[in-house]
Design a protein around this ligand. Structure first.
Ligand SMILES: [Zn+2]
Length: 268
């Protein structure tokens, strides 16, 4: 935003930050809700919200979407990071069969695109359903100030503003200047045991079917589990907490699935 000079621009850029105050205050993504007993609600499963919804998070989402976001946007970008304890690469979540979305997503000099709508009630899907082309940059690990990675997304976002004629000037680096891997599905690897997890691959590494990606040990050093990929793809996310218990996602591998079954659900 501090690179933008209103006197030199055409159109309007609106930034909305810290949209979920309770989540911000408690330093976690979910909103404490006590209306029907103790509960924690992820507001990014509530869009477009409901101004008369059953929870404060739903009502807040409805108010923000109906009265601020939707009436003021022709295009929308929902910036994210990974979650606490889980780091991700630099990638865009973008539906590449929508020309307006593809054109924007390809303007980022980053290595991966996840061509999948992901969860139904996330914000970029609510925008798309309202006829406002939208996508979701995922900017690495949560709680890390990664200035190098942030710079790639600033460059890409300035490209998007140039693409729409909002600011003038030459395009920066785009997806054409890097090798972009586009996948339409994310293969999850879930812990089956408790213990310390050691990764044999890094984020953005290519993996092959049958390749071992992680080993898990108990506190005595005994191997309790080994984890392999079932797909050919690229590492897009991995758990950053050292310990894992059964059911925790350990890794997601971005890959191309020949036929997708529409909306896929991913373990969280
Ligand atoms: Zn996200």
């Amino acid at each position: 935003m501090n690179q933008l000079d209103p006197a030199q621009m055409s159109g309007t850029v609106m930034a909305v930050t810290d949209v979920s105050r309770p989540a911000l205050e408690s330093m976690q993504r979910r909103w404490p809700n006590s209306g029907r007993g103790a509960d924690l609600i992820d507001m990014n499963r509530e869009w477009p919200g409901n101004e008369n919804g059953f929870t404060a998070a739903s009502r807040h989402a409805g108010l923000v979407f109906n009265r601020l976001l939707r009436p003021n946007a022709d295009f929308a970008i929902d910036f994210h990071t990974g979650t606490t304890g889980f780091e991700v690469t630099a990638f865009n979540i973008a539906e590449m069969d929508v020309p307006e979305i593809k054109a924007m997503a390809e303007l980022y000099p980053i290595g991966q695109i996840f061509d999948n709508p992901t969860y139904p009630n996330v914000l970029h899907n609510a925008f798309n359903a309202a006829g406002i082309p939208s996508f979701c940059p995922e900017i690495g690990a949560a709680r890390h100030l990664d200035l190098e990675m942030i710079g790639l997304f600033v460059e890409g976002t300035m490209n998007v503003l140039k693409h729409h004629g909002i600011v003038a000037g030459p395009m920066g680096r785009t997806g054409k200047d890097v090798t972009v891997f586009v996948g339409n599905s994310a293969f999850p690897i879930l812990a089956t045991q408790g213990g310390l997890v050691e990764y044999l691959v890094k984020l953005n590494d290519k993996v092959e079917p049958g390749q071992k990606v992680a080993v898990q040990r108990n506190s005595f050093g005994d191997v309790v589990a080994e984890y392999t990929s079932s797909v050919a793809g690229e590492m897009t996310g991995k758990r950053s907490d050292a310990m894992a218990e059964p059911g925790n996602p350990l890794a997601f591998i971005l890959f191309h699935k020949a036929t997708t079954e529409g909306v896929e659900t991913y373990p969280e």
